[in-house]
Design a protein around this ligand. Structure first.
Ligand SMILES: [Zn+2]
Length: 77
């Protein structure tokens, strides 16, 4: 009578890359720059070490939105 719930959803495993299909997608912490030139320092996100594609999960997206909201308005309209 043991509840064998051994499903550990660890996020540290490599995942298949949607871009190139290589099992080289893994979480990395790096500075990232968004399309509009905003730099997010030490952002945790998925990166494919085969083709270099970056992907942002929900957590990363929230982080980006936060940083964007805090950004000083350099180009205020
Ligand atoms: Zn790739």
């Amino acid at each position: 009578m043991s509840s064998s719930r051994q499903r550990e959803a660890r996020m540290s495993e490599s995942l298949p890359c949607p871009e190139c299909g290589a099992m080289q997608m893994s979480y990395t912490v790096e500075n990232c720059q968004t399309e509009d030139g905003l730099t997010i320092r030490r952002l945790r996100h998925l990166k494919c070490s085969a083709c270099g594609a970056r992907f942002f999960d929900d957590e990363a997206m929230h982080r980006i939105q936060k940083e964007r909201a805090n950004r000083p308005l350099a180009h205020a309209v």
